[in-house]
Design a protein around this ligand. Structure first.
Ligand SMILES: Cc1ncc(COP(=O)(O)O)c(C=O)c1O
Length: 352
């Protein structure tokens, strides 16, 4: 069933006021948003309308009990300048997995995909054309029912907003392996892209930054021994020619870039092992000279090379050169902009 999305556009776009060569990260929003309401057990009134403030009741349940989840994805332009999405069905799947964990309604995949298609078609003039740039898309859902009391809300909003993002700065990152705070425990919400997970990470991240690091490397909640993931990325290590990445175990976000990178590495002939990895192993591999490369994967930057990992009073230094990481980064970015073939069928053209 096609969803009848009503479209009400602004009279005057703000796009002309954007300097595409100097886009402030995360602060610029496009002219429109997609909005859909959940009431009486169904999603109703899907619409694209001018982006504006949304009146919120002070008892809206998301504000008190945290039923709020989100996704992050990017629209790029292809060879002929037409907009493209990257594996959007994977974001639909993950949003719904998050929704189930947080006691929220799921969004029919067809509605999710149509919403993304229509909003990107509406805002295509905002997709920055420069190499490495994209239109960041933020689908999210929250409980907007005014109610005081602990139960699942009955009213929600599913919204998509868009924010142009300039070429990301590919600086190597320094990680801080956290041994005081945790991100996720088994049975918790670590596998959901739930707003509360990020709220809980803010203080540890600020503390790590104050110590001179860029992001936190999370260790498991029981023993602070097993590596989970980085602030907003999954993590890969190249050890003695082979790649390893922590196995998803319910406490790690199932990154779409992670999944894509595993496929790409295998297609390039590398062995990739998904298994539990301890920080002590990484220290040992580093001492033996077997730790060759390490990088984080996520939608925001695709691949972020790791310079070092601070753990207790040790610093694990990574080698200067990252030939495979560089190659994977280039491949993934070129597939996203159709400069390379897309043998995996990841690219979805926007129909409008
Ligand atoms: C906690 C966390 N882990 C991993 C990722 C990477 O996921 P993806 O590759 O789907 O962007 C993200 C970003 O969405 C994240 O927030």
């Amino acid at each position: 069933m096609a969803y009848a999305i009503t479209i009400n556009t602004t009279e005057k776009s703000k796009v002309d006021s954007l300097d595409f060569n100097n886009i402030p990260l995360g602060k610029t929003f496009t002219d429109h948003m997609f909005v859909c309401d959940y009431e009486n057990g169904e999603w109703t009134n899907p619409r694209i309308e001018p982006l504006e403030l949304i009146p919120t009741h002070p008892a809206a349940m998301a504000l008190h009990y945290g039923q709020a989840i989100f996704e992050g994805m990017k629209a790029t332009v292809g060879k002929d300048g037409s907009p493209l999405l990257f594996r959007p069905e994977q974001n639909a799947r993950r949003l719904n997995e998050s929704a189930v964990r947080m006691g929220m309604p799921t969004v029919p995949e067809e509605l999710f995909l149509e919403a993304l298609d229509k909003i990107v078609a509406t805002e295509k003039g905002w997709i920055p054309p420069q190499e490495g740039s994209a239109l960041y898309l933020r689908p999210f859902m929250y409980a907007d029912e005014p109610f005081i009391g602990m139960r699942a809300a009955t009213h929600y909003k599913f919204i998509v907003i868009c924010s142009p993002a300039g070429p990301f700065f590919t600086k190597k990152i320094r990680l801080y392996a956290e041994t005081e705070y945790i991100r996720a425990a088994h049975g918790g919400t670590g596998e959901a892209k739930a707003a509360g997970n990020y709220a809980a990470a803010i203080l540890p991240t600020e503390k790590a930054k104050a110590k001179g690091f860029d992001q936190v490397l999370w260790l498991d909640a029981n023993e602070f021994k097993y590596i989970q993931e980085v602030g907003t990325m999954n993590i890969f290590f190249k050890i003695d020619g082979k790649f390893i990445t922590p196995k998803t175990d319910g406490a790690i976000l199932k990154g779409i870039t992670r999944d894509s990178v595993i496929t790409l590495l295998k297609s390039k002939g590398f062995e990739v092992e998904e298994r539990p990895i301890t920080i002590d192993e990484i220290i040992q591999f580093s001492k033996e000279g077997k730790l060759e490369e390490a990088f984080g994967t996520g939608t925001a930057v695709a691949i972020a090379m790791i310079e070092s990992i601070g753990y207790k009073d040790i610093t694990i230094e990574l080698p200067e050169a990252n030939p495979v990481s560089q190659d994977v980064m280039q491949t993934i970015n070129e597939i996203k902009t159709q400069k390379q073939e897309d043998p995996f069928g990841w690219i979805v053209p926007v129909k409008g």
